[in-house]
Design a protein around this ligand. Structure first.
Ligand SMILES: [Zn+2]
Length: 201
């Protein structure tokens, strides 16, 4: 292994402007009133603010520190963190899609604290997007900070825009995957990763 710092800490934050909570609340009130809700009703008077807060929370992942460590033990087997909860919003309907992520990598010179996989998934999940793009965003981020020998991300999710409206097919799951390096190109590593991330009943 070449010389690399033992700890390396990166602040992960989004480059989006601060949200104007009052403007989102006003827009939510307009939307709800247009849909026919009586916002003067005492049960609904606070709904636009609550709706705004919920949407802001679901579209802005919290910042966090991503600490990587030198791989002094030269651990070179697959690391897989499974069943990380995923909650995001589809960008076409702004309705939730909910499921799990399985994230794995073959370490190179650096390794990542295990809890950071869930933080990274949550950070990228909190924005309107497609499941495909979310899957690739997590894989790209791991590739960037770890430069591992291989990266794999599998996401399985149910899209409420498909289960609660439109096709109305509850229980239908969508699976997406992004594989880089040896997890894509080496048949043994690829098979091992996909076996470990295969959905369980
Ligand atoms: Zn949708």
């Amino acid at each position: 292994m070449s010389v690399s710092p033992i700890h390396r800490r990166l602040r992960v934050a989004r480059s989006v402007p601060d949200v104007d909570r009052e403007a989102v609340t006003a827009a939510a009130a307009t939307l709800l009133a247009t849909l026919g809700l009586d916002l003067a009703d005492e049960n609904l008077v606070e709904t636009p603010r609550r709706m705004a807060d919920a949407l802001i929370e679901m579209t802005h992942g919290p910042e966090f520190d991503l600490t990587t460590f030198a791989n002094h033990e030269e651990y070179d087997e697959l690391v897989v963190v499974s069943d990380i909860p995923v909650q995001s919003l589809c960008e076409h309907h702004v309705l939730p899609f909910v499921g799990v992520a399985h994230v794995g990598y073959l370490p190179g010179e650096r390794i990542l604290g295990l809890s950071k996989f869930a933080r990274m998934v949550d950070f990228h999940a909190r924005r309107p997007q497609t499941q495909e793009r979310l899957t690739k965003a997590v894989a790209d981020h791991l590739q960037e900070v770890l430069a591992p020998r291989g990266v794999g991300v599998v996401i399985q999710a149910e899209h409420t825009c498909m289960s609660l409206r439109g096709a109305r097919t509850p229980g239908t799951r969508t699976t997406t995957s992004t594989l880089f390096g040896l997890l894509r190109d080496d048949p043994r590593s690829r098979a091992e990763f996909l076996e470990l991330t295969r959905s369980r009943p």
